[in-house]
Design a protein around this ligand. Structure first.
Ligand SMILES: Cc1cc2nc3c(=O)[nH]c(=O)nc-3n(C[C@H](O)[C@H](O)[C@H](O)COP(=O)(O)O)c2cc1C
Length: 168
C-alpha cells in the first residue's frame, strides 16, 4: 500500500472518531525492537505550540517498555473494516505472540519507525514528554472506580508529530 506525506495542518478528520471508533495501533520502538498494540484512548492536538499525539498505556502492556525506552513511536489510524483482523493487537501480548505474523498485517517503516501497512493515516512522533495519570487528577469521582479497579494508572506519552502519512 502506498502513502503520501501530508502537512498536519491540511488534515481534516475527527480524532474522536478516528481513535475512539476506527481505533489506532500504537507502536513503540527502542533498541530492543518494537511492539504494537490497539489503542482507543488518546488524542491528536496542540501542546506547547507543537502538533502532538497523546497516547495512554497501562504499565502491564509489553508496548509500555518500548514506549518508555524509545525516542520515537507511531500512531496508526486503522479502518474499522479490519477490526477482526486486528483482534490480536488488542487481546494478546507481544511477549507471547508475533502479532504481525498471527494477524497477517505487515509492519513497514518510516525513518526506522514501524507501523502497519494497512493503516489509513499514520502519525510518526518524537517522544517529548511522559507522565503517569494519578488519582489526585480526578475531579469526576467515577473515573477511578470505572477505569482503575487494579490501580494500574496509564502512563501518558506525548509525541511531537514529525511526519504524517496518508494512504493514497
Ligand atoms: C479497542 C481496544 C482499545 C484499547 N486501548 C488501549 C489503550 O488506549 N491503552 C492501553 O494501555 N491498552 C489498550 N488496549 C489494550 C491493549 O491493546 C492490549 O492489552 C494488548 O494486548 C497489549 O499488548 P502488548 O502486551 O503486546 O503491549 C485496548 C484494547 C482494545 C481491544
Amino acid at each position: 500500500m502506498a502513502f503520501e506525506k501530508v502537512n498536519v495542518n491540511d488534515l481534516c478528520f475527527s480524532p474522536v472518531k478516528a481513535i475512539g471508533e476506527d481505533w489506532g495501533i500504537l507502536t513503540g520502538v527502542s533498541g530492543k525492537g518494537f511492539n504494537s498494540m490497539t489503542v482507543s484512548w488518546g488524542s491528536v492536538g496542540v501542546l506547547w505550540s507543537r502538533p502532538v499525539v497523546f497516547a495512554f498505556v497501562r504499565p502491564g502492556r509489553h508496548t509500555y517498555g518500548f514506549m518508555n525506552d524509545g525516542e520515537m513511536f507511531s500512531l496508526a489510524i486503522m479502518n474499522k473494516e479490519i477490526h477482526k483482523k486486528m483482534a490480536v493487537f488488542g487481546s494478546k501480548s507481544g511477549r507471547d505472540v508475533d502479532k504481525y505474523k498471527e494477524s497477517g498485517l505487515t509492519a513497514v517503516f518510516e525513518d526506522g519507525v514501524p507501523f502497519p501497512e494497512e493503516a489509513e493515516l499514520v502519525f510518526v512522533c518524537r517522544k517529548i514528554a511522559k507522565g503517569d495519570i494519578s488519582p489526585d487528577w480526578f475531579i469526576d469521582e467515577g473515573i477511578d472506580p470505572d477505569n482503575y479497579p487494579k490501580k494500574d494508572y496509564h502512563r501518558m506519552f506525548i509525541g511531537e508529530i514529525v511526519t504524517v502519512l496518508k494512504k493514497v
